[in-house]
Design a protein around this ligand. Structure first.
Ligand SMILES: [Zn+2]
Length: 426
């Protein structure tokens, strides 16, 4: 790496701290999706002052968008002196609810012992700040660079990204003709490259029965017993089949390196009593039982197969179990995404990590999902990774923090990647 650039980045330590603190102090909580406009205006002022051309984009009509909580996004672009590729840093600006257990002010952004504390510090305002510092230092060090640098701040990643990256991708902002490399500074640790994420399929299954007096259950049909049979099928067939599947995806933690399914909720029969009610229950055979499933799947598994194997088990019960009837309702699905290890952005960032950190990167994939799916599927742009500072396990927890040195190191990696991708080769 050009030591001039690395010095320029490290010289901005105070600026980086102040920028991160400013971002954390804008409480962009999602839900409901508040202060999106405020954080876009803040980024607009910051980046316009550094020669970026900025566009604020409201995702009209997307989930949660309203006059009270408009879904605002910002895209900022700085053209170089010559033609070339565009490198885009995408960060979501929303943060999850504060939750219990904090010992720091969640929106105070206190700096203590080299860490900045606050909701969103690691997920992912620290990554956003690092990418801004990297881009500004790169532009100041190499004003005659080729191509373009883009920085976006987008809404709603924590709730699926439909009012953020998905909307921008639909409007062509991630068209491969205008953007060639995407780095998402999610908190995957400064020495790891995240190639993608698993897919998800969420559905509700209802078994049907017939209501009757609880003393004569044979006059009715117990929907909860039918659901018991469904769960038994899952235990006997589905879970072992999923556990046996292997993958090329380097998912971390290791336990998520296969297909998984959570049963999020189960409900059958009469509602639970209110806490202040101490009467006795009535006696009824339940005529309905519902579960919600959260099925996470691998890049090797087509979504149709994921749906199909659950449906096949239910159909099998219809054939073998008297009076078995069910309904399945799909709630949502997202496809897995994984970038090739030989993609240019992967190779470039890998070399930059080796250079800055003195060791080769670890390749990982996320057990959950993030905005890469929209850049891949809607934007049709495959050359995309997540790379950024912060400890993934701290995300969404109380006393979330980001390390200042980690942000500086990863900003140096981002800067080195910009040098490789946007400086003329001689
Ligand atoms: Zn995030």
């Amino acid at each position: 790496m050009n030591s001039v650039l690395s010095d320029a980045i490290r010289a901005r330590r105070d600026d980086l701290i102040a920028l991160t603190q400013d971002l954390i102090r804008i409480p962009t909580l999602n839900p409901p999706g508040q202060d999106y406009r405020a954080i876009c205006e803040y980024l607009d002022r910051r980046l316009s002052a550094h020669g970026f051309e900025t566009t604020l984009v409201r995702a009209h009509g997307t989930p949660g968008d309203s006059e009270k909580y408009p879904r605002w996004n910002i895209v900022a672009r700085r053209e170089g002196a010559h033609g070339g590729d565009c490198v885009h840093f995408n960060s979501h600006t929303d943060v999850v609810e504060v939750g219990r257990g904090w010992t720091f002010d969640p929106f105070g952004a206190e700096l203590k012992d080299g860490r900045i504390y606050g909701r969103g510090a690691c997920d992912m305002k620290g990554g956003l700040a690092a990418s801004i510092i990297a881009a500004e230092a790169f532009i100041d060090t190499h004003p005659d660079f080729c191509g373009a640098v883009e920085i976006s701040g987008t809404a709603d990643e924590e709730s699926g990204g439909y009012g953020g990256v998905a909307y921008l991708a639909e409007k062509g902002w991630f068209d491969p003709a205008r953007v060639q490399h995407v780095i998402i500074p999610e908190p995957l640790n400064k020495d790891r490259i995240c190639l993608g994420h698993r897919g998800g399929w969420w559905a509700e299954i209802e078994t049907k029965g017939e209501i009757a007096h609880g003393s004569m259950p044979f006059l009715g049909d117990c929907a909860v017993r039918h659901m018991g049979a469904v769960l038994q099928e899952f235990e006997n067939k589905l879970f072992p089949a999923m556990a046996a599947r292997t993958t090329d995806m380097p998912v971390v933690p290791e336990g998520a390196r296969s297909s998984t399914m959570n049963i999020n909720a189960i409900h059958g029969g009469q509602p639970e009593n209110a806490p202040d009610f101490d009467g006795l229950p009535a006696h009824c055979v339940p005529d309905s039982c519902r579960i919600t499933i959260d099925r996470r799947f691998l890049v090797e598994e087509p979504l149709d197969q994921v749906r199909g194997e659950v449906t096949a088990l239910l159909e099998g019960l219809r054939d073998t179990r008297a009076d078995f009837d069910y309904e399945i309702t799909e709630l949502n699905s997202v496809l897995p995404s994984m970038t090739d290890r030989d993609a240019p952005v992967v190779q470039t960032v890998a070399a930059a990590i080796t250079d800055v950190m003195g060791k080769a990167p670890e390749y990982v994939a996320s057990p959950g999902t993030y905005d890469q799916k929209h850049i891949d599927r809607i934007g049709k742009l495959k050359n995309c990774i997540a790379y950024g500072p912060g400890v993934l396990e701290l995300a969404h927890k109380p006393d979330e923090w980001i390390g200042v040195d980690d942000m500086l190191d990863s900003a140096c990696v981002m800067g080195a990647a910009l040098e490789t991708l946007l400086l003329p080769r001689d």
